[in-house]
Ligand binder design. Structure first.
Ligand code: SF4
Length: 259
């Protein structure tokens, strides 16, 4: 390679790295990006092999997994938790700071918000299943797992590497409904880059399982939604109503078998 070509490649790599570091979660809720590549589903052979495993066997695989770069910087792999015969499975994008430190999904502020929603639906955390698309903490600065605010969404490559475990979890648990939390999760299942406002609240089908996309609890918190306090503004009330409408649709479906 000529020296000038080498410099061009270096410049492009530097720009890509800077852009990925600026990719905040807020950006995900803006208008759809054109011509973006979407995460690919795992290979059929990988699925076949993993789908024979029990939830416990899968968990052991995940706890020892180093298949992508996230495995080298995580503090703890976060497999997921709940009932292995749950009728509802919640799926977020990936572990954050608190989850990485404790090895459990949705346990920070967003986790408390999700727990409140689950209980409002008449369930407990133990009776549903809670998981993420990727099992290890995606960090803006992977050298600093002790830094708060260091979270980022997983890349398409990380999703492609890790989703074999999620697919196997779904096969083992076989829930009646999957509730996707936030855009990266909806994007994985639905292969769309449409804004959350346009895709939430409508049942879809995912390999014979009903799927309901709704907002991520972090997004609701960032936009002022709190439990047990008067809403500050109509936008907050609107968001709360939307997420509750989505969850009520799931509750009605599980009660009646009808959409
Ligand atoms: S993110 Fe998934 S594929 Fe990557 S190391 Fe963790 S468990 Fe393995």
């Amino acid at each position: 390679m000529k020296q000038s070509d080498y410099l061009k490649v270096l410049k492009l790599a530097k720009r890509t790295l800077e852009e990925s570091q600026n990719w905040g979660e807020d950006e995900l809720y803006k208008a759809p990006v054109k011509n973006i590549s979407l995460p690919v589903q795992p290979q059929a052979t990988e699925l076949k092999n993993n789908n024979k495993l029990s939830v416990e066997e899968l968990k052991n695989k995940v706890l020892n997994c180093k298949d992508c770069a996230l495995g080298k910087t995580r503090l703890n792999a976060v497999f997921g938790e709940g009932s292995s015969s749950a009728e509802i499975m919640f799926v977020g994008e990936g572990p954050g700071f608190d989850e990485d430190h404790q090895g459990r999904p949705f346990i920070g502020k967003a986790g408390q918000f999700l727990t409140n929603l689950i209980e409002l639906m008449g369930y407990s955390r133990d009776s549903v299943y809670i998981a993420n698309i990727v099992k290890c903490h995606p960090m803006k600065d992977p050298s600093n797992p002790e830094l708060r605010g260091n979270d980022r969404p997983p890349t398409d490559l990380e999703v492609s590497e890790c989703s074999k475990y999620l697919e196997a979890q779904i096969a083992a648990i076989n829930p009646k409904v999957i509730i996707t939390l936030g855009k990266p999760s909806a994007r994985y299942f639905l292969k769309t880059d449409m804004a959350m406002g346009a895709i939430r609240g409508q049942f879809r089908d995912y390999n014979g399982i009903k799927l309901m996309p709704t907002y991520h609890p972090s997004y609701l918190i960032r936009n002022g939604c709190v439990f047990g306090k008067k809403d500050q503004g109509q936008e907050v009330t609107k968001l709360k109503k939307e997420v509750w409408t989505d969850l009520k649709k799931v509750m009605d479906y599980l009660k009646t078998g009808k959409i």
